[in-house]
Each structure stands twice: as structure tokens, then as C-alpha cells.
Design a protein around this ligand. Structure first.
Ligand code: GDP
Ligand code: MG
Length: 791
């Protein structure tokens, strides 16, 4: 068999059921990428059919084939340049007229085509009957009825498609645009034919597009030898058409096309009930109601938001524990040293920190997929559009911005629902100004250390509000400076409500997670290694004290004290080898350890803690009763041991602090100190800010290392105290630092996603530069004005 491979392009309006049919045909044999050079998603799938291997591409859904939108350009260029063997145009039978408008434009591309008349169930329930045979005759292509979500008619569709591929015929399809336009089309086609350019495009189509002043085609033709001549003829033709129709030729041509489609519809639609309200219409009376629309929408958003971050917190915690367990496990099998530290702290810690966002992303896309597939998203955008437009954003920007309070990563991915690339970029750029939950630990720490309890809420609120205000201002600035030009008007029809299919939702979530893990994972991996290196090197540190010697001395002192205070009175030479005493010591430490484990995270004066303490006391008394004689000595031994451990730990932290100060990260902190001095920060905050570039919450743990309090979280009293005692830190500095943390560079995960979503390094770089500059200016103002006011 010569022709065993058949390439098929699925085209159609958004929501006509393309993806449903694509999934039904290809099953799991598909993958998603981007069209080369643009961020428009490209889904490809395979299917064996009889003796043929079908390669199917799901084109972006469009209403038309102009050059005004990226999706439309991608769709038509794919058909023209990649020349799929067959185009399958999926029509929504319940909305025939608008769907046929695209169909005739596809036919004008003069490629073999098959029409799938989808959603015939919906059409019938609305009382619309379509005569497929008449439609087939009028368009000159095969027409197959399908109900995509029930897999009806898919086999017939494939059979018709393969048959068309084998025949390789395409009956010419011509809309008669009337004498005036046809004359110009003939003139320009003839001229183009004469120039004998080796273009992929059908000549008639080229001529029509030139008359429509299609920017892409105009530029293509102008670049040809003889292009100038064509351009002159086209300009004259357009002028004459302008005079004839008293309107722009492109509008006139679109109108003629609509007229053609309108009369086509009259011919093929057999019956139609009028004035009949669908269930969708009834539901819409409530959901898009002027009074109820907004509260319902906000309620749904609140639910989504909570689902993503509340339900997501559980699997996130499991993943965090899992990552920690993997780290521990890997640590067990590796000798201590640089390699272990790199693998455990650098790679597993860093990459793990990204993977833990996966549950949030899955839940978010579950929610978005349901909202989108059900048809509600279109309504939400419609409801929010007025408000968002007033700040230069699109109605659909609202959801990502709201999600930004939880985490920028899923929020930025959520901008995919915005079709217009400009709206999308503006939204992506301002989303990081919404204060994400990773910044909260930083605020909590600083507020606890420097502000009274009464002030805490107000301070925190002011930071969040500042973020929102800045986002609004920046959105307007970007709109008027970077993304000038007409802002996308809100043209979007409201698709009927539908019950989403499980398959489509699962596919959606699966694709998102694979993309996320693949792309964000690789970038994060690289930077995690870099940061690890900067914090751990150079390793030849000039310590101000000989810590190793000091630790050895402490250990020796401990042994001596044990011998003097426990060994001598008990008259035993080697306390460590005295089995009865050691047994008591082990019992006591087990009790203490158990208590500490269970008490972890409990409130200081909670009844649970009180109960635990009592239980511990009872256990201790039991041990005491059984070993009246040895008990006090065992206690004494444990006291000494704790004291010694604290001493060693303190020395270790001091050494770590010195090492960090001399590391590349520390040097960098000192290097940037002059720049951040005017904001009130010293080199230590500098290191923290640099490290927190990876993820904002890292600031807390880094400050812990710097202030030698070891492992620290935002609840760490030791760290709060250390900060409060640092004379260079004042409430004003703390506030300035919070402002800086709020605004400056999005975290690495967010940057990685910006890179992915914008498909260029330019935008993550720009986001870093603009936010950091803005952060500097705002912190500068806060600190300097605050200082002047005497704070
Ligand atoms: P696309 O935007 O063209 O890719 O459209 P989708 O494939 O995402 O379909 C949009 C919605 O229509 C989904 O909820 C599908 O389950 C639903 N759908 C697809 N085909 C049919 C059909 O023939 N009848 C009905 N009632 N619903 C359908
Ligand atoms: Mg789709």
C-alpha cells in the first residue's frame, strides 16, 4: 500500500467539540507541545485505522481565519504550509450559521475536507433539523453526523476522512462575491499568476486576502520580486471597492460571506422552533443577572480558591514529607561530604520544593477545566469584564490575579484562559504583585519581632493592599506603554452550558502536570545546584576561632564533668559502661524524646500539652520508683548532656554563620550592601534576599542560619529575639524589608513558568528587572520618608 500515512487537521469553532472528537479518535496516543515559535498549544495524536496510520492535529479553535489573532494565523498557516491530507471541520450543529462562516473560509483554502456535523443532539433538542445531504451537495464535501461526547458517528467520520484522503480530489469551491469583487479577484489572480511566484497559497485565496488587506499576506506579497507592482494594483482595486460599497473592502467582503452563509443556512435547516428558551438561557437569567451575577461569581471563585489551597495543602504536606523522606533515605546511603550535601540539600531540596506545588496545580486545573468545559468561564469573564477593563485588564484576568494570593505558579498558568497574548502578558506581569502565601512566613516573622499584637493585623493588611494597588498601577502603565494599541474588545459568545466529560478533564490535568514537571523542573534543578554551590563554597573558610578545637574541648569538658559529678559519687570508673545506670538513662531519654515528639506544634498553654506533661511526669515517677538509687544520677547525667549538646550546637551555628558570611553568597551580600543600604538593609538581609530569590520563604531559613539560631521557621522565638536584639533592625527596617519582599523578583518557580508561558527569556527577565526596581523604589521611599518622620 503506497499511501499508509494520512495526516488530518481538526478545525472548527471553539467549543464545537474538536477536542472531544480528537480524544475519542486518538485515545491516549497523543502528546501536547507548542507550534514552533509560538505559544499556541499543539496537540497531536495517532490512530491506526484499517491499514493506515492516521496523524491527527487538533488546530486551535477559531471563528474565522484572519491574521488578527495568533490562533487564527496558526490554524491557517498549518493548513497552507503543512498541507495535511484532509481537513476535518467540526461544526456545532446547534450554532450552524457561525460555524459555517469558518467552514467556507476553510474551503477557500482549497484543501480536501470533510465536515463533521457535531452536537446534532443539542440541535435536535432545540428543534433544529439539518439536511446533511443538501449541505454536502452545497459545499461539495462529505458530511457526517456525530455526537462527540457519546462517540457516535466517529467511525463513519474516519471512514469518510480516509476515503477523501485516498481520492485526493478537491472539488473547487467558490463563493460568488458578486461582480464588483469578482472582477478585482480575477484581475489580481491574473497578475499573481503572471508573476509566477512559487507560493504555497491558492491564487484566488491570495487575491481575496489582498483585497481584505490581510497584513500577513500583504507583507508576504510585498517581499516578492514584482510585489510592488501587485501592491499598486491591489491599492487601486481596494479604492474602487471602497467607493462601490462605501465601506472598507474587508467589511464588505465579510458581509458578502455572511450573506452567502445565511442563504446556505436557509437551504439546509429544515425546521426550527422560534422563541424557544433553552435550559441554558434559563440558567443564564440567573448566572449573568445584573444583581446576582457578581455574588455568584465571587462565591464560586472563593470555592475554587479554597479548594486549591485548602484541599491542596494535604497532598502538598504528604509530598513535602515524601521529599524529606527521599532526602533522608538518599542521605543514609551516601557518605557524608559535598556530594551528599549537593544531592540532599541542593537537588532533592530544591527540586522537591517545586514538586510540592503539583497538587495545587492539579486542583486548579481541575477547577478551571470544569468551569471552562461547563461553559461558565465565558460568563465569569463577561461579568468581570467591566471592572477589569477599567484598570486595563481583561475580564478573564481576574481569576489568575485572585489565585496569585495563593501562589503565582498556578496563577500564571491560569492565564492560559486569556486568548489575547497582550492581555495575557500584562496579567502575567502583574500577577506576582499579588502577595502569595510563600511570603506570609516572612511577614509573620518580622511582624512578630517588631510590631505589637495590636498592630500586627493592620501591618499585614497594608502589605496586601500595597500589592493590589501596585498591580493596578502597573497594569495601567504596561497597557499604555508596553502594549499599546487597541485593547481587545469583549467579543465572546456564551456557549451553552454542558456537563464536562471526565475524559476531557483528566486529559487536561494530565497535560498540565507533565508540562509543569518537565519545564519548571529542569530550570529549578539547575538553579538549585547553583544556589547550593554559592552558599557552600568556597570551603576554605578563615574562621575567627578554631571551632573544631572548641568543640573537642567541650566534649572533653563533658566527659570530665560526668566523671566528677556522676562517676566519683557513685564510685564507678566508666559511666558509659555501667549497664544499670545506662539503662535508666536510656529509659529517661526515651520518655523525653517521646514527649517532645508529641508536644511538637502544640500551643504553650493548651490542655493537650498539659495532659502530655502530666503523662510524662507519671512515667518519670515510675522509673524513679523502680530505680530510687540511680535515678538522680541519671537525671544529672542527662542535664550535663543537654548542656553539652547545646554548647556544641551553638559553636556549630557560629561556625556555620561565619562560613556563610565568607561564602560566595555572603560575598555577594556584602557586595550588594551599598545598593540596599539606603533601604535600611545590611549584608545579612542581602544574603537573605538573594537566597529568597529561589522562593520567598527561604528568607526565613536563611536569616536563621545567618543569625546563628539554626533551623528556624516563622514561629521561631529565637530568631525573633535575635532580630529584635540586632540594633540595625528597627520596625521601620522590618517594614521596608516586608515591602521589598512583597514586590521584588518573582520566585524561580514563577519565573520558570513565565518563561514557559511567554515562550521567551525576555519576559521572565523583564519581570525580574521591573519588580526589583519597583521594590527598590518603594522600600527606599518607605525607609527614607519613615526616617525623616523619625520612626
Ligand atoms: P473544543 O473547544 O472544540 O475543543 O470543544 P470541546 O471538545 O472541548 O467540547 C466542548 C464541550 O462540548 C465539552 O463539554 C464536550 O463534552 C461537549 N461536547 C462535545 N461534543 C458534543 C456533542 O456532540 N453533544 C453534546 N451534547 N456535547 C458535546
Ligand atoms: Mg479544544
Amino acid at each position: 500500500m503506497a499511501n499508509t500515512k494520512v495526516s488530518i487537521a481538526l478545525a472548527g469553532n471553539p467549543n464545537s467539540g474538536k477536542t472531544t472528537i480528537f480524544n475519542s479518535v486518538t485515545g491516549a496516543r497523543q502528546h501536547v507541545g507548542n507550534y514552533p515559535g509560538v505559544t499556541v498549544e499543539k496537540r497531536e495524536g495517532f490512530r491506526r485505522y484499517q491499514d493506515k496510520e492516521l496523524l491527527i492535529v487538533d488546530l486551535p479553535g477559531t471563528y474565522s481565519l484572519t491574521a488578527h489573532s495568533l490562533d487564527e494565523l496558526v490554524a491557517r498557516n498549518f493548513i497552507i504550509k503543512d498541507k495535511p491530507d484532509v481537513i476535518v471541520d467540526i461544526l456545532d450543529a446547534s450554532n450552524l450559521e457561525r460555524n459555517l462562516y469558518l467552514a467556507v473560509q476553510l474551503l477557500e483554502l482549497e484543501r480536501p475536507m470533510v465536515v463533521a456535523l457535531n452536537m446534532t443532539d443539542v440541535a435536535e433538542s432545540m428543534g433544529t433539523k439539518i439536511d446533511g445531504q443538501v449541505l454536502s451537495r452545497k459545499l461539495g464535501v462529505a458530511v457526517v453526523r456525530t455526537v462527540g461526547n457519546r462517540h457516535n458517528g466517529i467511525d463513519k467520520l474516519l471512514a469518510a476522512t480516509v476515503k477523501v484522503a485516498e481520492e485526493k480530489t478537491q472539488k473547487p469551491f467558490i463563493i460568488n462575491y458578486g461582480d464588483a469583487v469578482e472582477g478585482k479577484i480575477a484581475e489580481i489572480s491574473a497578475l499573481l499568476a503572471e508573476e509566477r511566484h512559487n507560493l504555497h497559497f491558492p491564487l484566488r485565496w491570495l487575491a481575496i486576502k489582498l483585497l481584505e488587506n490581510d497584513p500577513e499576506i500583504r507583507n508576504t506579497v510585498q517581499a516578492l520580486p514584482g510585489g510592488a507592482r501587485v501592491a499598486t494594483v491591489v491599492a487601486a482595486a481596494r479604492e474602487s471597492l471602497q467607493a462601490t460599497f462605501e465601506t472598507d473592502p474587508e467589511l464588505a467582503i465579510a458581509n458578502l460571506r455572511y450573506q452567502f452563509v445565511g442563504s446556505l443556512c436557509q437551504d439546509v435547516i429544515v425546521s426550527k422552533r422560534d422563541g424557544w428558551l433553552t435550559t441554558s438561557d434559563k440558567v443564564d437569567r440567573i448566572l449573568t443577572n445584573r444583581l446576582l451575577g457578581l455574588p455568584v461569581f465571587l462565591g464560586l471563585m472563593w470555592l475554587l480558591f479554597n479548594m486549591v489551597f485548602t484541599i491542596g495543602a494535604y497532598p502538598q504536606e504528604w509530598l513535602e514529607e515524601g521529599v524529606a523522606a527521599i532526602g533522608t533515605y538518599a542521605g543514609l546511603y551516601m557518605p557524608a561530604g559535598d556530594l551528599k550535601s549537593l544531592v540532599v540539600d541542593g537537588i532533592i531540596g530544591g527540586v522537591g520544593g517545586v514538586i510540592v506545588f503539583l497538587p495545587n496545580i492539579l486542583l486548579l486545573f481541575l477547577g478551571i477545566a470544569v468551569l471552562e468545559d461547563s461553559g461558565y468561564m465565558a460568563r465569569a469573564a463577561f461579568i468581570m469584564d467591566k471592572i477589569m477593563h477599567s484598570v486595563g485588564l481583561h475580564g478573564k484576568s481576574f481569576i489568575p490575579l485572585l489565585l496569585g494570593f495563593g501562589c503565582s505558579v498556578p496563577a500564571i498558568m491560569g492565564t492560559r484562559s486569556l486568548e489575547n497574548p497582550r492581555d495575557r502578558l500584562v496579567t502575567i506581569l502583574v500577577t506576582p504583585l499579588m502577595s502569595c502565601s510563600a511570603r506570609l512566613p516572612v511577614y509573620t516573622l518580622l511582624i512578630a519581632a517588631f510590631f505589637s499584637e495590636g498592630m500586627a493585623g493592620t501591618v499585614l493588611f497594608s502589605i496586601y493592599v500595597l500589592g493590589i494597588v501596585l498591580a493596578v498601577i502597573m497594569a495601567r502603565v504596561f497597557r499604555s506603554v508596553l502594549f499599546k494599541g487597541e485593547s481587545e474588545p469583549f467579543v465572546m459568545e456564551l456557549p451553552p452550558y454542558r456537563v464536562p466529560t471526565l475524559q476531557s478533564i483528566c486529559m487536561h490535568m494530565w497535560e498540565r502536570s507533565v508540562l509543569y514537571l518537565k519545564k519548571a523542573g529542569t530550570i529549578i534543578l539547575a538553579v538549585s545546584i547553583l544556589v547550593w554551590f554559592m552558599v557552600n563554597y568556597p570551603s576554605d573558610v578563615n574562621y575567627s576561632k578554631d571551632y573544631q578545637e572548641l568543640i573537642a574541648q567541650a566534649e572533653a569538658g563533658f566527659s570530665q564533668q560526668v566523671a566528677e559529678q556522676v562517676g566519683t559519687p557513685l564510685n564507678i570508673a566508666a559511666v558509659e559502661d555501667h549497664v544499670p545506670l545506662q539503662t535508666v538513662i536510656t529509659d529517661l531519654s526515651t520518655i523525653n524524646e517521646e514527649f517532645e515528639e508529641q508536644a511538637e506544634g502544640l500551643e504553650e498553654d493548651s490542655p493537650e500539652l498539659a495532659a502530655l506533661t502530666t503523662a510524662k511526669e507519671i512515667k518519670l515517677q515510675e522509673v524513679q520508683a523502680a530505680n530510687t538509687e540511680l535515678y538522680p544520677w541519671a537525671m544529672r547525667y542527662l542535664e550535663l548532656k543537654t548542656e553539652n549538646e547545646e554548647q556544641v550546637e551553638h559553636l556549630q551555628k557560629e561556625a556555620d554563620g561565619e562560613k556563610l558570611a565568607q561564602s560566595y553568597a555572603g560575598q555577594l551580600g556584602k557586595f550588594i550592601e551599598p545598593v540596599i543600604r539606603p533601604l535600611g538593609f545590611d549584608w545579612r538581609s542581602g544574603i537573605g534576599l538573594i537566597a529568597a530569590f529561589t522562593a520567598k520563604e527561604v528568607l526565613v531559613s536563611t536569616m536563621g542560619t545567618i543569625y546563628n539560631v539554626g533551623e528556624a521557621d516563622e514561629g521561631s522565638v529565637a530568631l525573633q529575639q535575635a532580630l529584635a536584639n540586632d540594633s540595625s533592625f528597627t520596625p521601620l527596617v522590618a517594614y521596608s524589608l516586608m515591602v521589598f519582599v512583597l514586590i521584588y523578583s518573582p520566585c524561580l518557580a514563577a519565573l520558570a513558568v513565565i518563561k514557559r508561558e511567554s515562550n521567551s527569556w525576555k519576559w521572565p527577565l523583564f519581570a525580574t528587572v521591573y519588580t526589583t526596581t519597583l521594590a527598590w523604589i518603594m522600600s527606599f521611599l518607605v525607609y527614607q520618608i519613615g526616617s525623616l518622620l523619625g520612626y
